[in-house]
Design a protein around this ligand. Structure first.
Ligand SMILES: [Fe+2]
Length: 374
């Protein structure tokens, strides 16, 4: 580069968390055009991401699907395919109704709510925001659905079978319905509630989740591993979620192996409970609660009683989804949120009316390497 050219370096500032919040993650960058990113700018963004885990870029209205894919890929240049791979058995998978693929950039998915006549080569798209009524065991009554909502499903973006969890996810808000807020109910006997913007995406820090544990529990999660169910999104499809969206009730409803697509034992994923930050080395408790199947303990024993596995995981994770630890992003058109998929859990929130049109683009890539444990 010649001496006369200067590169605008990203300026990161803290997010504006809600009153009473105790979050210790998140940054906002206002001065970068992600369509034309230099290596120097990317290095600064990467550093911010692994310190702050959730980075909000404002004013990215013009970002092309290709540039969104390229930004996502820069975090893992060898990765190429969408994080969930090809959808198999789409009729039964609980992920199926939520995604449409951009034809000219198949790693980028369209999600949202309402009818979109035309977008990026797609015509007459009917989008449906996930509603907790299709996933939770007990529902908020229909007459209260406008004012009250739930966390839909806390998760890591990951296939959890055959493919490794993506390093990062990018989410671009193309069109955001504005103007109202909802009260999020935990409905778990805690009386906890949160005031949230309509259709927020909620984030919690896996690092905080780890730090909130007792020394004994920290030792347990540092030395234990989680085994995920094969074809987890089909396996769990008849089961019902807890009201907090943090894992499932255990009623014996999961599909038996004989009713799943073919299972290759080598493709079953067993990951450490804690994943190490590639920059700081700090540990994040990263467990996808609704897909857990077994716990492999340090002494070689395996806990395979599903109800017990889920109860153990729930007790480890629940403290960190209390309101003071949750960042509910208040989406505006043109926001691109980049998050460390190996350092946060996130959840869809909210219930839209059919005429509230919301259009988002999501991209993540199955990683080239598994997460690194302690
Ligand atoms: Fe997600």
């Amino acid at each position: 580069m010649s001496a006369t050219m200067t590169v605008t370096m990203p300026i990161a500032r803290p997010l504006q968390p809600p009153v009473g919040s105790d979050i210790d993650f998140g940054a906002q960058i206002d001065n970068i055009d992600l369509e034309t990113l230099t290596d120097e700018q990317f290095a600064a963004i990467r550093k911010t991401l692994y310190e702050k885990h959730v980075v909000v870029f404002k004013n990215q209205h013009k970002l092309t699907p290709k540039a969104q894919y390229e930004l996502t890929k820069r975090f893992d240049p060898v990765s190429e395919n969408y994080g969930h791979g090809k959808t198999i058995d789409a009729k039964r998978s609980i992920l199926h109704p939520d995604l449409k693929t951009v034809p000219h950039q198949p790693q980028v998915q369209i999600i949202g709510n309402g009818f979109v006549p035309s977008y990026e080569g797609l015509k007459n798209v009917q989008l449906r925001h996930p509603h907790h009524r299709t996933f939770h065991k007990d529902h908020i009554p229909d007459e209260q659905d406008y004012d009250f909502t739930r966390f839909y499903r806390w998760h890591i973006d990951a296939a959890l079978y055959d493919l490794y969890p993506p390093q990062v996810t990018t989410l671009l808000a193309v069109n955001v319905p504005k103007g109202r807020r909802q009260t999020l109910l935990y409905d778990d006997g805690s009386n906890e509630t949160m005031d949230v913007p309509l259709g927020t995406t909620a984030f919690v820090s896996g690092q905080r989740m780890y730090e909130l544990l007792s020394p004994e529990d920290q030792e347990f999660v540092r030395t234990s591993k989680i085994e995920y169910a094969p074809h987890p999104y089909i396996w769990m499809s008849p089961a019902r979620s807890r009201s907090t969206g943090l894992g499932m009730h255990s009623e014996g409803l999961e599909l038996p192996d004989s009713e799943l697509p073919e299972i290759d034992q080598k493709k079953i994923m067993v990951f450490p409970m804690c994943w190490k930050n590639p920059e700081s080395g700090k540990l994040a408790l990263q467990i996808h609660p609704s897909a857990v199947r077994k716990i492999h303990c340090a002494d070689g024993t395996v806990i395979d009683d599903l109800e017990r596995v889920r109860d153990i995981v729930y007790k480890l994770q629940r403290p960190a989804i209390s309101p003071q630890y949750v960042y509910p992003h208040d989406w505006e058109d043109g926001d691109l949120v980049l998050f460390n998929n190996r350092g946060v859990l996130h959840s869809v929130v909210g219930a839209f009316k059919p005429d509230e049109v919301r259009l988002f683009r999501q991209c993540n890539l199955a990683a080239s390497e598994p997460p690194v444990g302690p």
